[in-house]
Design a protein around this ligand. Sequence first.
Ligand SMILES: Nc1nc2c(ncn2[C@@H]2O[C@H](COP(=O)(O)OP(=O)(O)OP(=O)(O)O)[C@@H](O)[C@H]2O)c(=O)[nH]1
Length: 218
Amino acid sequence: MREETFSDDDVAESDLVTRRGTFRAVAFRADGHEHMALVHGRTAMREDVLVRVHSECMTGDIFGAMRCECGDQLDAALDRIVAEGSGILVYLRGHEGRGIGLVAKVRTHVLQDEQGMDTLDSATTLGLPVDIRDYSPAARILKHLRVGSVRLMSNNPDKIEALERNGIAVSARVPHLARPNPHNIGYLTAKRDRLGHDLPQVDVFTSADQPTDLPTAR
Ligand SMILES: Nc1nc2c(ncn2[C@@H]2O[C@H](COP(=O)(O)OP(=O)(O)OP(=O)(O)O)[C@@H](O)[C@H]2O)c(=O)[nH]1
């Protein structure tokens, strides 16, 4: 049975002024990883708090890689939280490559680039799982922050189910779509067709009437 709360030793927080605005930056130690929650505005004891639970992706989040949409989603989540005036971004370490780690993820990229495999087959061909992310640290963090219920920015039904299984009430899913590009359309298509993510923008990528209100890859 995992602990539900954090000891004082495992939490530290400060204000964090960013280009977008001021957040409360709350750092956590959990299960051998260090995570961060960026809290904007009033969220404690509130219902329907706008939340993004974001899986670490060094290539996309830090370096702006266009082969996935992670960086765009990170930016869009922070923009939306600030635009609404309140919300929380939980940044989860240990989730790199859907839990297989950075070296393994880059190995999957080699198979994708050289053999045309998708994001699932490139993992299983290496004998690796497709998704072994643990969302219990995110649930513990949201409980620590005393949110009532959350509106979750995600296209992944499994993420909602995992948070609810860990005791977080998800009052709504907020679609979190990024504009496809030629480098990530295969990734998005595999997530839609094989992982069950709700990604309607894949359908219109090749049509003339592309949506105009989606964040563009950096
Ligand atoms: N194994 C593997 N992981 C990848 C690849 N590209 C991105 N990732 C990882 O995928 C994770 C993000 O998961 P996604 O499946 O894209 O999206 P999600 O978080 O489940 O769903 P959303 O909430 O809708 O964003 C990050 O940890 C990335 O590091 C890849 O080609 N192979």
